[in-house]
Design a protein around this ligand. Structure first.
Ligand SMILES: *Cc1c(COP(=O)(O)O)cnc(C)c1O
Ligand SMILES: [Zn+2]
Length: 465
């Protein structure tokens, strides 16, 4: 047995929490198409053995319904920001709804989630909305929402290893943020990791993260979709566990973003949620989070879900234009929103299924639109990653089209921390982005350290002081 020490701050109000664990809820993998089999979450499998479709995690909802909605809400409130391992994590604070098969000592968590949801009043006024909120998922351990799913996947792997499974390493293909999260969580859990990155297509910060965390970093001369093909082959060897979002354990962790957001609104549901989409796991997760809350009676309405794609990698947008009658993968072209530069999204059918149930909309943004949207938001105090820029640009376009109206309470899911993508911002403000006009450039002024020249510059910029 592994012996771990975890600091526990004693809080008499928390004394009840461990007993909540006495009720064991169960969950299993099943085919998204309903082929019928039930498989253990500790089984090494990613697709249905019968039809080859993706799997999803199913929960014993009857058992979960043994608590009333108010009891769930109270439990989640008590766990919020707690130091009682592992409940301070936004994901493990909802563990019964996420993954009930991991023992406390096998949870690998860096207290991800519980990210801020803030009222973006100045940006709202600029774009003409009454009530705009930003869910800042990039304020997490490795700087993106990928932490929410990775804590679950790596914890299940640790549980499996503790029960004797032969797993030598965990591997993923990545557009940069998945690999950062995988490398970090594997390092924390003492499990080797392998990451496949498309050469030259991730930011410097994203590249250095898995290197620093000791992963085997393999840079391939291809794009994300090419890396995905390689990792699928490599993980046919069951001793190398696959960590891409086709592994639905990650979706379970990521779905807590919906629950957390609604909890932060005192269990009120917004009208519209906008989310940037690439491989489309996250929008599937978002929808699942809302459905599960509805199923447990925690909420009674659904938001409208908007997926925002880069015009250079827009297969879902094109499918949306056909009313989802057709889907064709595309070859993704280069985009500054590099984490969503994906032409053949693995979770496309899960995403379409969710969009059909959430009055879904798909919008796209050009490179010019996404950089300008970033600059506009940054000018109100944010520091947006390019994917969040795609979401903001979609918001502006949908307001113009009248799809999102002034009174709609709208949440934009910001998927990564802007500091992982400073390179493109610097180029934008220096007017150096090829093919882009820097409409909101704020170029730093370089002059001699002479008081008169400095005064002249200030007068010209701010007006007479
Ligand atoms: C992974 C990622 C996305 C896209 O999420 P999918 O689940 O692939 O649709 C968007 N933004 C950032 C910053 C990401 O890292
Ligand atoms: Zn099947």
């Amino acid at each position: 047995m592994i012996d771990v020490y975890r600091p526990v701050t004693y809080n008499p109000d928390m004394a009840e929490i461990p007993s909540a664990e006495k009720v064991k809820h169960s969950a299993w993998f099943e085919c998204v198409r309903g082929c019928g089999g039930k498989y253990s979450l500790k089984e090494i499998m990613y697709t249905c053995p019968n039809c080859g479709s993706l799997l999803q995690v199913a929960h014993d909802m009857d058992s979960l319904r043994s608590k009333t909605p108010d009891e769930w809400k109270q439990l989640f409130e008590e766990r919020k920001h707690s130091n009682h391992w592992p409940y301070g994590s936004g994901v493990w604070g909802k563990r019964e709804l996420v993954c009930p098969v991991v023992d406390d000592e096998n949870v690998v968590s860096m207290y991800e989630g519980e990210s801020n949801l803030f009222w973006a009043d100045r940006l709202a006024k600029k774009v003409g909305l009454r009530d705009l909120w930003i869910k800042l998922c990039g304020n997490s351990h490795t700087g993106s929402f990928k932490d929410l799913g990775m804590t679950v996947l790596v914890s299940v792997v640790k549980q499996m290893i503790s029960e004797g499974a032969q797993i030598k390493a965990v591997a993923c293909a990545s557009t940069g943020d998945t690999s950062a999260a995988l490398a970090s969580y594997c390092a924390a859990g003492d499990i080797p990791s392998i990451v496949f990155l498309p050469k030259g297509k991730v930011s410097m910060e994203q590249l250095i993260q898995p290197i620093a965390n000791g992963a085997l970093v393999i840079s391939l001369n291809t794009d994300f979709d090419g890396c995905m093909n390689i990792v699928k082959e490599i993980t046919k060897d069951k001793e190398i566990y696959l960590a891409n979002s086709m592994n639905s354990l990650r979706i379970e962790g990521q779905k807590t973003v919906a629950i957390e957001m609604v909890q932060q609104f005192d269990w009120d549901v917004p009208d519209v949620v906008i989310i940037p989409g690439g491989n489309l796991g996250n929008v599937s997760a978002l929808g699942r989070g809302f459905m599960m809350m509805e199923d447990l009676g925690l909420i009674t309405k659904r938001p409208r879900i908007v997926v925002a794609q880069a015009e250079s990698a827009n297969p879902l947008y094109l499918a949306y234009k056909t009313g989802f009658k057709e889907f064709h993968s595309v070859t993704a072209r280069k985009t500054l929103a590099s984490a969503i530069q994906i032409g053949n999204p693995v979770s496309v059918w899960k995403a379409i299924d969710i969009l059909n149930q959430f009055d879904g909309v798909v919008e796209q943004a050009s490179e010019q639109e996404l950089v300008d949207a970033c600059a506009l938001a940054d000018n109100t105090g944010m520091y947006t990653c390019p994917h969040t820029g795609v979401a903001f640009a979609a918001l502006l376009k949908l307001m113009k089209k009248g799809v999102i109206e002034k009174d709609h309470k709208t949440v934009v899911i910001s998927t990564a921390h802007g500091l992982k993508f400073s390179g493109f911002k610097l180029q934008y403000h220096m007017n150096k982005l090829k093919g882009i006009e820097s409409h909101y450039a704020n170029t730093p002024v370089e002059i001699d350290a002479n008081i008169d020249s400095v005064k002249k510059i200030i007068d010209g910029h701010i007006g007479g002081l």
